[in-house]
Design a protein around this ligand. Structure first.
Ligand code: A3P
Length: 287
């Protein structure tokens, strides 16, 4: 199916209609944040599910109950997705944890006023591209990626769900107020998960003992999360996600783009990246 059949255009980006009906988008526009809310913000395929595991464990002080009993999409709901409006989020005790794929310029008035805590996760865009390529091939609510060449065109021009990776990252890095935003890279989590958990906990003002940090990071390593049916999307019916084609928790590594992109495609990606990101001062771990 095509973009016009599967997507709706909202605030300049494509969103899959199946997940984001108009009343859900309206619900988010009117949503009231609290100052102690924790919002995980990502461009898709940058480590959202990982943070939906880590953040609740930090907030629970290492109690595994939330990640063993609640699917990630209800544990840390996306505010723009259809489930948000039926979960009684207004009744949830503080601190609440949410996720969003919105660009900074899509955020609502309450967000800009209240400034909840944001954990912004970034990932090497060539790995985001690669992870997306496999994901678009298995999710029925997304347009089939076609060839890597075809998908590369769409990825670079932002003609995919949630628009351009480049605009997303630049928008959040350029947010007016930075004090309530913590930036971390997927690659940092891979390199030092315990250290990353500790930094996130510090940002969330939730000091944890080294034993609890260890317990959380042990639970959140790829092979353990892959076994957790509350986090590995095995509860989603095959008609929506066909994990026989590609698993949601697929490889969980850095550098898999080397197995997909040719030299010519890599050169094209790199040239586009250099041009788009030339004014960005932030030092990315993958550069
Ligand atoms: P791959 O497709 O490269 O394996 P998101 O949750 O934002 O959709 O991102 C999904 C990507 O994060 C997938 O990447 C998935 O495997 C990876 N991921 C999820 N949990 C992870 C973990 N514990 N360790 C490493 N990677 C993880």
């Amino acid at each position: 199916m095509t973009e016009s059949e599967l997507y709706v255009e909202y605030k300049g980006v494509f969103l899959p209609k199946h997940l984001h009906p108009p009343d859900s988008l309206k619900y988010y526009e009117d949503f009231t944040f609290r100052p102690d809310d924790v919002l995980i913000v990502t461009y898709p395929k940058s480590g959202t599910t990982w943070l939906q595991e880590i953040v609740p464990l930090i907030l629970s002080g290492g109690d595994l109950t939330p990640v063993q009993t609640i699917p990630n999409w209800d544990r840390v709901p996306w505010l723009e997705e259809h489930r948000a409006k039926i979960l009684n989020l207004e009744q949830r005790p503080s601190p609440r944890a949410f996720a969003t794929h919105y660009h900074y310029n899509m955020m609502n008035e309450s967000f800009l006023k209240v400034k909840p805590k944001v954990v912004y996760v970034m990932r090497n865009p060539k790995d985001v591209f690669t992870s997306s390529f496999h994901y678009y091939g298995m999710a029925s609510y997304l347009v089939n990626p076609g060839t890597a060449d075809e998908f590369l065109e769409k990825f670079l021009s932002g003609k995919i769900m949630f628009g351009s990776w480049f605009d997303h990252v630049k928008g959040w890095l350029g947010a007016k107020e930075q004090d309530h935003i913590f930036h971390i890279a997927y690659e940092e989590l891979l390199q030092d998960l315990a250290g990353s958990v500790s930094k996130i906990a510090e940002f969330l003002e939730k000091p944890l003992s080294p034993e609890v940090i260890r317990k959380i990071s042990d639970n959140c390593v790829f092979k353990n999360m892959k076994q957790n049916k509350m986090s590995n999307y095995s509860l989603v019916p095959e008609e929506f996600m066909d994990q026989k084609k590609s698993e949601f928790l697929r490889k969980g590594i850095a550098g898999d783009w080397k197995n997909l992109l040719t030299e010519v495609q890599t050169a094209k990606f790199d040239a586009f990246y250099q041009e788009k990101m030339k004014d960005v001062k932030y030092k990315f771990v993958w550069d």
